[in-house]
Design a protein around this ligand. Structure first.
Ligand code: PHE
Length: 486
């Protein structure tokens, strides 16, 4: 059967795409990573740069990914190949699709371990296993949870099985049906958490920490970390958004859906901060305690507060739900690829991928116990997966997508998909042609350690201003040429 003769799967409900894509973006990145990064980088100034990165880099690239997915109407490998071919570009571009699909798979291989922490903490919260005298005591609970490979493996295997069950059921019956109740549930739990922070914790300390900023505190490293996180949190360059975009009905606006998803994702990150920091401050704890913030400091803080036990359950349930709706999106690309390009049924594809994923994620899980000494260049397998994806593949994939849609695809094709007024299209084009590539190259050079530690973020601003000037000049020339022809 040719691709065009194949009946096209689309999201059923009007909110299908928005719910699924928001489910993808809102995840451990928002509730686990964003708060601890904000804590480590000192609060408001980091938050401000993060917001700028979402608006200037993340949103335009997300629009590009959805446009490519929808125009290609297939999994990322096939979709990128089709849109490139349509514009007369080389088949080589499908490498971009390959990289993003593999990137999603690799992220999931370590994401299921962290999601496993979430479920195991939900279980501990329910069964009263989160009691300790001090942060050290909580750290010991965390360490014990990791030390036994059978225990940790059990939880990450559980996440893998649930993810594959949902994805195997299909786009509408599996993914759309689960996000339809998981996402509203998440919002309700988050609202509960914030209400609790207002009533029983130091809410204003949390607000000040998140929103008071002092530009002087900004370090180059914080800027770069914020940029990398913008990619991760919006699920960019990992196949997820292209894959979901392929099911977006033709009559839905890409601009509007992207803005909705990005705003929801940002709000959830900020709300997670507003739920967590007041509790941390009310108990005089250190916001800069790193990745253990929600697994060590937070449970200890809850323990000291009225109804803390209930809130702890709500919190870890919320974390688990958020992790699952992201997990399913990371693997949709691979399952859709096996299904569409290799004729496997979705169920078979899901179980096949699940087995390979299980093997790799088990290796990642072993980094915390049996394989604590297995290191390559000082990094565990788990850390390698994280490093390769968020420091190398995501920036590279984002760069590729920005260049493909900004310079290589036919203007008419991309304009048709984006369907926006010309001034907005001009802004979008400026963002994908100059802002994103330049910013990404800076992130990339930093990841490779070529910028040293003293990178001054003002350079970036200067480069962008020059870019804007050049672009405005070029645009004037192009429109004059158009007039001359017309
Ligand atoms: N955006 C998700 C989060 O914040 C992670 C993710 C990355 C999901 C890449 C899909 C693809 O947790």
């Amino acid at each position: 059967m040719t691709a065009s003769a194949r009946p096209q799967t689309l999201w059923l409900g009007r909110w299908g795409f928005v719910l699924a894509a928001t489910g993808s973006s809102v995840g451990l990145g928002n509730i686990w990573k964003f708060p601890y990064m904000t804590g480590e980088y000192g609060g408001g100034a980091f938050v401000l740069v993060y917001l700028l990165c979402i608006a200037l880099i993340g949103v335009p690239i997300m629009m590009a990914e959805i446009a490519v997915g929808r125009r290609g109407r297939a999994n990322p490998v096939e979709a990128v190949r089709r849109v490139a071919r349509e514009s007369g570009c080389r088949g080589l571009w499908s490498g971009l699709g390959w990289m993003s699909m593999i990137c999603g798979f690799m992220i999931l291989s370590f994401y299921v371990v962290v999601a496993g922490w979430s479920i195991s903490y939900l279980w501990k919260a329910l069964s009263g296993g989160l009691q300790a005298e001090s942060v050290d005591g909580m750290a010991a609970i965390f360490a014990a949870n990791n030390a036994n490979p059978w225990n940790l493996g059990f939880w990450s295997t559980l996440v893998t099985i649930v993810t594959m069950l949902i994805v195997g059921k299909g786009v509408q019956a599996g993914i759309e049906r689960s996000v339809r109740w998981m996402m509203p549930g998440l919002v309700v739990m988050l609202a509960l958490m914030i209400g609790y922070a207002v009533v029983s914790a130091d809410f204003s300390a949390g607000v000040h920490f998140l929103f008071d900023f002092n530009v002087g505190e900004l370090t180059g490293e914080a800027v770069l970390a914020a940029m990398g996180h913008a990619f991760f949190t919006l699920s960019l360059a990992a196949g997820a958004i292209i894959a979901y975009g392929a099911y977006l009905p033709a009559n839905q606006s890409i601009v509007r859906t992207t803005l909705t998803v990005a705003i929801c994702d940002t709000l959830v990150a900020l709300m997670a901060g507003l739920a967590i920091f007041p509790v941390i401050f009310a108990n005089g704890m250190d916001p800069a305690s790193g990745p253990g913030l929600i697994f060590m400091s937070l449970p200890l803080a809850f323990q000291a507060m009225p109804f803390g036990g209930v809130m702890e359950v709500v919190f870890f349930l919320m974390l688990t739900v958020a992790a699952l709706t992201s997990s399913i999106s990371m693997i949709e690309a691979t399952v859709a690829w096996l299904n569409q390009s290799h004729g496997l049924t979705r169920r078979r594809a899901a179980w096949g991928v699940g087995i390979v994923l299980w093997v790799i994620s088990t290796l990642a899980m072993l980094s915390f116990n049996v394989g604590a000494e297995w290191k390559l260049a000082g990094k565990h397998f788990f850390d390698w997966l994280d490093f390769l994806t968020s420091r190398l593949m995501m920036p590279l994939g984002g760069l590729g997508m920005a260049l493909l849609t900004g310079f290589f695809l036919r203007r008419r094709a991309i304009r048709e998909e984006l369907a926006m007024p010309s001034w907005l299209f001009g802004l979008w084009q400026f963002a994908v042609r100059y802002v994103s590539p330049i910013a990404i190259v800076v992130v990339f050079l930093d990841a490779l350690g070529w910028l040293g530690t003293g990178f001054d973020w003002r350079w970036l601003a200067a480069i962008l201003v020059v870019g804007l000037a050049v672009e405005t000049g070029l645009r004037k020339r192009a429109s004059r040429a158009d007039e001359a022809v017309g």
